[in-house]
Design a protein around this ligand. Sequence first.
Ligand code: C5P
Length: 286
Amino acid sequence: MREIQVEAPAKLNLTLDVTGKRTDGYHDMRMVMQSVSLCDRLTLRTEPGEGLALTTDAGFLPVDRSNLAVSAALALREATGVDWRKLTIELEKHIPVCAGTAGGSSDAAAVLRGLNDLLSLGLTRQELAKIGEKVGSDVPYCVMGGTALCTGRGEVVEPLTALPPCYLVLAKPAFPISTPQLFSELDRTKVRLRPDTEGVVDALSRGDLKGVAQRLYNVFEAVLPEGKKAQVEELKRLLLEKGALGACMSGTGPTVFGLFDSREAAQEAAERARVLTPQVFFTQPV
Ligand code: C5P
């Protein structure tokens, strides 16, 4: 029996821009992504026998190939022909689900990285990211992690200067959001405000945390349904009132995050945000 433990960090969008609609049904993106210490934990185990099984403490998640962790293992097997005999994936879920924080994509990336190590496949990060493309648009970024500019449908990943040390408070409102619905809403809308992604890249290169924080923006915020937009705005306002240098929604939401340079202010903001929603997380960039 062989076994390995892998962490799957959540991601945040420091910026998110949708620059066009493509003929393959996807959209062209331009976004700065950041991974954070909030993470799922996976145990991968191979033993004699055959088959692939996923178990998880999050009973509501699918455990078949519609779970990106399973899909990633299958994609890796297809790409390499590896024989893992019997593979078990245990998934301990901490990242909120359907939250715009890439929980599923990060689990998939962790399976790719973990199996590469466990089975001594010797694939590079780039090769793993390429396999991850088939699993989901955010998976290549999650394979690489850190601070990165992502373009194409999200799968073209360029590493950036790391975000300076700071504190991030995530708050997920209780409502669900449909990703395809939000993309089609954006297709019907004339986008007036776009993030200053180049400004963020430049601020990162100068180690200017305030410069990054002042430019956080996500185009999806403008096309949220009214009631949902109000809840996102309320959380952003609260985080800013409590000292965040900037606040923004991540991905297709609904998670909102605030960026702080003070641990105390961030912890206090997290306490206050819990009055509005139970799913609040205090975390840091990794
Ligand atoms: O690639 P992934 O499976 O994560 O995408 C989920 C859905 O999000 C796609 O089916 C598509 O509707 C939308 N999407 C998009 N453009 C992207 C990424 C995702 O339209 N760049």
